[in-house]
Design a protein around this ligand. Structure first.
Ligand SMILES: [Zn+2]
Length: 307
């Protein structure tokens, strides 16, 4: 049977305060457990929306036309014309509710937009500062230590690998790929496992111009039997304009998969037995800009064997 992780990224204030409660209701109704990753710091999504407008090409155009529908007007102004609210601090009860309802809660960086746009050029101490700020907020609002870190915008760097290996994280889910591995960038080899997102996201399918029904059918058809699949959903998207599609997706998948937490997967992995894979920048259909990807399996490197 296919094991499926629903990885819920919460990038914005809107996503935490409005998207998360809706998603929690859907998940409870369908008795599905998910792994949530919350951006702990300021909401600067207006700067991300500004980024959409400077990108060229067909995909950027599609993403742009979806952006306001998916994110709303207020979010589009945070960090530009309006000051950005502190995401986690605005709704600590939401964080506790995620855990209280049996879901996993991890960290999705501090300032999502800063990490997404700047990580490739950030030195080690700047990356460490972002991770420390996120951890301090998590400890204060939630208590204890998070097990998982999910990089904002699927952006990973050598500096980020080094910082995340210092703990307390036991795994990360920061790239797009096919199966768990140890990531290597520029000769820096990670210690903790990387469990990549394996499936396209709903907003990428919409970015290709598909309607929501077709997008859900395509996603359901992609599940590999007996594999581990990780589907990233966004609190702003599936918990907002695409809620109906998300419910439809859960209904389609519920009978066919076993839902798991990323933390449970991570604890069952032996890092010494995981393949080492380079992380490379790649472009994905329906997504503007590049993301960090697990380099495709070359023959005989054992990637399939880890399934
Ligand atoms: Zn995100």
């Amino acid at each position: 049977v296919t094991r499926l992780v629903l990885k819920v990224d919460v990038d914005t204030y809107q996503g935490l305060c409005h998207g998360v409660p809706r998603l929690l209701e859907c998940l409870a109704a369908q008795r599905v457990a998910a792994s949530f990753f919350v951006a702990m710091g300021p909401d600067h999504s207006g700067r991300a929306v500004r980024r959409f407008f400077t990108q060229r090409g067909f995909t950027a155009k599609m993403v742009r036309s979806n952006a306001f529908r998916l994110y709303g007007l207020r979010s589009a102004l945070y960090g530009t014309l309006l000051p950005g609210p502190q995401i986690a601090r605005s709704a600590p009860e939401c964080l506790r509710r995620i855990r209280g309802e049996g879901h996993e809660l991890g960290v999705h960086g501090n300032d999502h937009v800063y990490w997404h746009d700047r990580l490739s050029r950030l030195p080690l101490d700047a990356v460490a500062g972002e991770v420390e700020r996120a951890l301090a907020t998590f400890r204060e609002l939630v208590g204890g230590e998070p097990e998982g870190f999910a990089a904002p915008g699927w952006q990973l760097s050598a500096a980020a690998i080094t910082v995340l290996d210092r703990g307390p994280f036991v795994y990360q889910s920061s790239t797009r790929g096919s199966a768990p591995y140890r990531p290597r960038i520029g000769g820096v080899l990670g210690r903790i496992p990387e469990i990549p997102t394996t499936l396209p996201t709903l907003d990428e399918r919409l970015g290709l111009g598909e309607d929501a029904v077709k997008a859900v059918d395509d996603l359901a058809a992609r599940l590999r039997p007996d594999a581990l699949e990780v589907l990233t959903v966004h609190a702003e998207v599936e918990g907002g304009a695409c809620l109906g599609a998300f419910v439809r997706l859960l209904e389609r998948l519920r009978e066919r998969v076993r839902f798991q937490h990323l933390g449970d997967i991570a604890r069952a992995l032996d890092p010494a037995k995981l393949p080492v894979c380079e992380v490379v920048a790649g472009e994905l259909p329906g997504r503007a800009g590049s993301v960090s990807c697990q380099e495709q399996a070359r023959a005989g490197n054992g990637l399939r064997a880890t399934q």
